[in-house]
Ligand binder design. Sequence first.
Ligand code: C2E
Ligand code: MG
Ligand code: MG
Length: 528
Amino acid sequence: MDRKMTEQEYVARLESAVADGSIFVCYQPKINHSTERMIGAEALMRWNDKEFGLQYPSDFIPVLEKHDLLHKADIAVFKMVCRLQRKLLDEGISPVPISCNMSRYDIFHKEYVDTIENIRVRYGIPVNLLHVEITESSAIGGMELVLLAIEKLHAYGYTVEMDDFGSGYSSLNVLKDLPVDMIKLDMRFFSGSLSGRGGTIISAVVRMARWLDTPVIAEGVETMSQADYMKSIGCFYIQGYLYSKPLPEDAFIEMIIKSEHEAITPAIELENLDAEKFWDPESLETLIFNNYVGGAAIFSYYQGRLEILRINNKYMAELGMNMDEQEILGIDLWKTVDLENRKCYEETLHRAIVSGKEEMCEVWRDICSKTCGMDKICIRSYIRLLGRAGEQYLFYAMVQNVTEEKTQIRDLEASEKKFFYATEHSNSFAWEYDITTKEMRPCRRCRRVLGLPEVIENYPEPLIETGFFQPDYADMYRDWHRQIAEGTKYLECDMPLTPDRVMFHISYTTEFDENGKPLKAYGSALPV
Ligand code: C2E
Ligand code: MG
Ligand code: MG
């Protein structure tokens, strides 16, 4: 009958349990949820005592830890895993990488890594078939030992996975400081619905991991909706009861023979950028990103989904809405733009993908900040492709808030429109003369009644040539344009116009820029 053993019983029976096979290993497959192929497996220790039956790690591991015996059991597990891999290789069965758990108590044993390496060499197992899982909480009490262990494992060529990510030991800092090759995100640490806070944290971690170029595997996945959710945010690797419980060796071998395998691939390939350096807050890249490039953002684009991964301080300043980083990272960009603006933005992304060069667009967005409320802003973005992995693209964008510039142009267009309509309803004719380009733009009524085109270049010569002016008035009128260019503010006189020589009162008012340079002159003609 199964019964949980006591502390003394665990300690007393450990040696014999290792020797007689009471301690053995179950294997839980790791699957690519997109292709349903196996990418690896995890070795999980089991203890089936002849007298007391099946014992679980949650019971005996803390006891072994307490008595500093866990390394003995872990070395036994590592040996069993090597033995399995040897068997598969010898029988011509294609193996998958198998991960062994390394506890922080193993890390305290300085010779631990050398011991497992000797075992691997003795069994002649290629190092890529053995991974090591180190729990996030190993870093409790200091990074140095964990870092040393990881460096040593790396020197021998092992792949190191960070286990139980999200269990809470300042996860993000650990991730940044430990050079792990893969992250295991435990779904059980993110309780509650995935549409709530749990989901937000998970997707932030997946985004960040992508940025670190580190593959993520979700563990503890029990339902299809969890697996699909993970896939939707770009995490394809799954371990959990959904695909398989930990299997005894025979059942696992059967599964390996039946299933297709594939290798784990990094999340994204960066073409022009060193991701590690970019992430490091002290690096030159980060310094440049934060201080010298103006507003900038890094974002990913995947099956129509756009996610901002990183922004610099100047990006927030450009938005000018007194927002903090979290507020901006949380925004679903597509919800802030209308269809037309979205289309314009996505077309620019496609252009950037095709050209590999910087591409520009201007997009109006509705932005809501806690402090400033709702506002409409126009953002000009210069976008460049940084890298891609399959359907997933990583972009760099420099942004400028051009709302004021755009609003001024809009206002001007609106007032010009009003002005042109006003002339329609009066008895007068009006036009605009651009001093720099010498272009004249007549009002609607001029165009309709006098048959003038929308723009007359090199004004007033073409109109003089038509005989619109009496010759002496023509000379005077020419001279007016010279005076306007020299800064004359106002000109007026009565003159006969049109082939019928109808008397009109003509006046010109000049507009200047902030430096006093003449820009435009506005002319009007009223019948006398
Ligand atoms: P772990 O390394 O995070 O292993 C995953 C645990 O989650 C395993 O529990 C596995 O059976 C369980 N699990 C897998 N899929 C699901 C799921 O969909 N739902 C739920 N609820 N659970 C799932 P297990 O085998 O009881 O191991 C518990 C922990 O004990 C392991 O967590 C690991 O930290 C430790 N452990 C297991 N074997 C070893 C070992 O050989 N050496 C060391 N040092 N620790 C081990
Ligand atoms: Mg593990
Ligand atoms: Mg785990």
